[in-house]
Design a protein around this ligand. Structure first.
Ligand code: SF4
Ligand code: SF4
Length: 111
């Protein structure tokens, strides 16, 4: 059976939090609970003019890949609302191929 997941190209994530809010709204999550939560890494200096600074959206154990939306032929809410278009839903094997030769990507597969 095919496994599905989320591919996140966080190099271009703007840190807008739309994915967090879209997920909370879709699942009626209370304040403080998240299906996906934005992590901010840095800024801190690596060396010289090189700095570490990144936003990385991290799906949590509450993520169900928006099964109810998928059943209606819709995309997961976070993917639909990401205006930077850095999130993609699909089969894990297809998403893994898209990672080849790229950096700053993470692939999430729920339990
Ligand atoms: S796929 Fe759905 S449940 Fe998972 S993080 Fe995105 S909006 Fe939340
Ligand atoms: S909606 Fe897209 S750009 Fe905004 S924080 Fe989430 S992944 Fe990043």
């Amino acid at each position: 059976m095919a496994r599905y997941g989320l591919l996140i190209d966080y190099e271009y994530c703007t840190g807008c939090h739309s994915c967090e809010v879209a997920c909370q709204m879709e699942h009626n999550l209370p304040v403080g609970k998240f299906g996906i939560q934005l992590a901010e890494i840095g800024p801190w200096q690596i060396e010289g003019d090189k700095w570490q600074y990144a936003y990385i959206p991290v799906p949590t154990d509450l993520c169900d890949l928006c099964g109810k939306r998928l059943a209606k032929g819709k995309l997961p809410s976070c993917v639909h609302h990401c205006q930077a278009n850095v999130m993609k839903f699909g089969k894990v094997e297809d998403l893994a191929k898209e990672m080849e030769g790229k950096s700053h990507m993470v692939l999430f597969t729920p339990k």
